[in-house]
Design a protein around this ligand. Sequence first.
Ligand code: 5GP
Ligand code: ZN
Length: 112
Amino acid sequence: MSCIFCRIAAGEIPAQRVLESEGVIAFHDLNPQAPVHVLVIPKRHIDSVGTAGEDDAALLGEVLLQCRRVADALNVTRGFRVVLNTGENGGQTVPHLHAHVLAGRSLGWPPG
Ligand code: 5GP
Ligand code: ZN
């Protein structure tokens, strides 16, 4: 298995886990861009939102709900941002779907 996030999901590569549910796991980003920077990934490999299929709808919903649970678990009270970089121009560097949960500071808009 060569996908780094599949290996994290399988426990083959260590990660600082925050939460786990049936279909998804959440862990701290290795290179945090905000005081709270957590990644939420489906355990089952999906490349990106750009290639997700109709059958993935429930899992995609679980990813978003898990983002909210991460914010609750980490006592985020002043709001957070969920980012799903998708494809080359979207800035996606790891080709396994992941939602970034960013919080703990005011986040600029528009993004770079
Ligand atoms: P992308 O640029 O694809 O949207 O985000 C990939 C994210 O994964 C980056 O924020 C990067 O810091 C994070 N990342 C890459 N490899 C690892 C790893 O092995 N462990 C963890 N915890 N985060 C990783
Ligand atoms: Zn994968």
